[in-house]
Design a protein around this ligand. Sequence first.
Ligand SMILES: Nc1nc2c(ncn2[C@@H]2O[C@H](COP(=O)(O)OP(=O)(O)O)[C@@H](O)[C@H]2O)c(=O)[nH]1
Ligand SMILES: [Mg+2]
Length: 693
Amino acid sequence: MKEYASDKLRNVALVGHQGAGKTTLVEALLYNTGAINRIGRVEEKTTVSDWDEDEKERGSSLSTALIPLEFEDHKINVLDAPGMTDFQGEIKNAIRVADSVIVVVDAVAGVEVGTELAWEYAQVYQQPIIVTINKLDRENANFERTMDSLRLHFPDYKFIPVMLPIGEEANFSGVINLLTMKAYYGPGKDRSDLPAELQDIADAGRTTLVEAAAEADDAYIEKYFSEGNLTNDEIRDGMRKAARDAYLKTVPVFVTSGVKNIGTVPLMEALIVYVSPPTQRRVTVIPASGEKEFLTAPQSDEGPLAAYVFKSINDRFVGALNYFRIFSGNIQTGHNYFNINHNVEEKFNSLLVMRGKEQLPVTILHVGDIGVVAKLNATKTGDTFTSKAKPLQVTRPEFPEPLYTIAVNPKTQADSAKIGTILTSLCQADPTLRWRQDPDVKQTIVEGMGEAHVNLAINRAKHLGVGMEIVMPKVPYKETIAQTHSDFYRHKKQSGGAGQFAEVHLRLEPNPGGGFQYSTQVVGGVISQSFLPSIEKGINSVLGEGVVAGYPIVDVKAIVFDGKEHPVDSKDIAFQIAGREAFKLVFEKAIPTLLEPIMDVQITVPETMMGDIISDLNTRRGRVQGMDTLGHKSIVTAQVPYAEMMRYANDLRSITGARGIYTMKFSHYEQVPAHLTQSIIAAHKAEQAAAST
Ligand SMILES: Nc1nc2c(ncn2[C@@H]2O[C@H](COP(=O)(O)OP(=O)(O)O)[C@@H](O)[C@H]2O)c(=O)[nH]1
Ligand SMILES: [Mg+2]
């Protein structure tokens, strides 16, 4: 691929709800530039973006694809992000490294959950937004209604059409460009005169556009008032400024159909005109001093190197690849660069530009560009390449806590040996995925943002040669007691051989929030000093296993207050056994109870669904703590037992038709209600009985 200087580069994240037509739109854009000779279809698994085998299987994007468009001497790096909320890590990272965001909105459905999510991230990273109202060729598509939906959902923003549709649904045939005041049919390469019946609408649209552009600059306002018009270059410049202005919040609106390839050339032109070159970027870095600072714009090839790795993959066909964006400096084949996060130099032998899965070798990438490097050793998502001389670390975005948990078992002995390495590498590549060996529930736990997300991880592990079966994760309960109780246990073995004797009197007291504590109050030396640690050892052996339900024991004080010993038969092992058995005995009588994790949950749904959400929370033993409205959205905060939230990602989707999102994080442990405790204990005993027969 050709070499592009930074003023010829543009980076855009293509985001929006799943199914809005992003991947298909990219096909049309590639086709227009001559990179492909036919527009691929998601249904036929022939698109450039959805190249991964899992994506083909599911028929939708699961991760961000990098698609460089070479158009009018420019290279536009399009990051085609997935739409499902399960993959919000991918969406965030794409927006983070782009300089502008195109939100694709379905002209039938209007604003959807994925639209709002994308919008929220664009705001977080202060990225200017361009909207394209897409699929205008579909039955029931409606430009004005979609505009209304945008205004309703994002009331702080001003939506200014730059293109207007010619026809709708099956009659959608082209766009009116309000800058040139010409009609562009099909993809929009050639201009024709405006159809007479659209002249009035076009005139009104032009006025709105000119006024919006004028607002961004005092000189333009003055000119507009005195002369009544602006030049097209002034309009473009004004719109570019207005889109970046935190106060004006102006969003240029385009109209397209990917499948029919209509309005796509003006959209590409817009990407060059309305998106700033990547050297103007405000980016936070952490230098050696540790104090955050901004890289001053314009960034240049000569500046200190700061290249951020926003995606790593390890695919069995394309191998291990790291995708990075250069915020400062440049990167060249054959050079070594310093990975500050892992404190290692990595050699860039294979520098590439990717088009979907197609690898195009390059020798240099300039400041602002997005590229890929193959075959590194240590580098993973979130790392920064920099120079040792002036180390800079690009700050990572914050990622949400996981929402969906599964447990996995290796399928075979061989799988069991590899499972840890593979899961670790998948989690390093994806900051929203986690795994751990949980000693409390004795399971291998994998956590992510939703069922599709964790299933994809398990599938990828399978492709990498590790078979796993998914099982239900256990709730990490803890055992404790509700009442003080004392009793004793005598261990006696005096038939044949060396005898054993020990007697331990033990009191257990609840110790809320204080963990486990062991102490002795033995008076008059009834138990020798040397046996006291033996008793403690015996008790400790039970703490991890639990007494009644197989969960670890917390918040209990154990006090040895009396006992007996035998001059010959008392020994370490005898006191260990007596301590252990005394503990179990007293624990069973001290009203054993279970503690369960309680989560802080925040749920955002359309206002009309708030009632359904609250009544559902009631069935989950949830305590609603607050209700808020933000625009037409309701936000419910609640504390809910983790046991009731394990499959909430799926349940919320079905209650709201995928129009709800939520976050969840651990708050504290709390006592499980008595009737539930009884059934959990009974289930554990039944399981043990079954295992021992
Ligand atoms: N009628 C029509 N269908 C489209 C258009 N673009 C995409 N589709 C269809 O909508 C579905 C989702 O498209 P896709 O590109 O995967 O959407 P993405 O999830 O946003 O990437 C597919 O069935 C496409 O064939 C369009 O412009 N018009
Ligand atoms: Mg897609």
